[in-house]
Unconditional design. Sequence first.
Length: 303
Amino acid sequence: MAPPLGQHLRLRTLHTADLPPHPAIAPTSGTPVELFTFLKEVLDEAVTFADETIPATFKEGADKSAPPASAKVKLLSRDIKASELPESVKAKGGRNEPWFARRSVHKSDRADGTVDSAELYFALKTDHSEHEFDYTPDVFDAHKVCDWNDLITVRNGFDGGYSEVTMAIYEMCHKIPFPCANRVFSTLVITAQTSVLRDFVVAQLPVDLTDFPDADVLYANGRNRRDGEPGIKRKKVIVGEYVSVERVTATDNELTWVMATASDAKGWLPMSLQKMGVPGAVVKDVSFVVDWTQKRRNRAFQR
């Protein structure tokens, strides 16, 4: 039986009252969100979603190639109806969520067409958002708004089955083909190692930056139009919503890499058209990561 859906990994924008306190955020009324309780809830939910919900409830689609990766990529999907969401989410405006996922199994090896556990950990767990900017051609900026990492370090990187925990907010900027405007996705990014074998999970949740200091936000408040670097970073962007989970587990010299996402690019583009492009995009991510990793490996070998 599939586990119930959680309240955090949702296509619902978080506000400052939903977040643990941070020096950059003005205090809100009500009971503060406790940092480590929040982290454990989100991470538990992300692991359960990747390990149990996707295999049990998502519909399997085609196998796709993602060169230069040797592994095939299995596509999966599920439309989660608003009626299926927890009551706490419905009360805050929960809506239908079109989820797309992929699963690929890679030989853990430093050979052409594949990556080993340390390389995939570096690409996806370490500095996740900065590396996404590095390997994704359509991402033109990864602007860091703030992080909670110093507060997490107080507990030696956390506990409760998780280590090397990080939490930060980034503005991820994507080039969109004309005539659409470029998009920025403001995301709360939480990463954690889940075993000594370097299994890990990455959860990204949409967040509203309205109450953050203007000096910390660059795109969501339009400050990039004045203070951004000349060129594409000064162009108008539309704020979209994006939620995702990324999970890597290692067994018998193989790496199982699962990713799932739901998004709303906003603007005038209807959801039916948005959904058409997502499966191809999630497959391309495998190509981008393997290609970027191989190029880094080759450069290191040539030194």
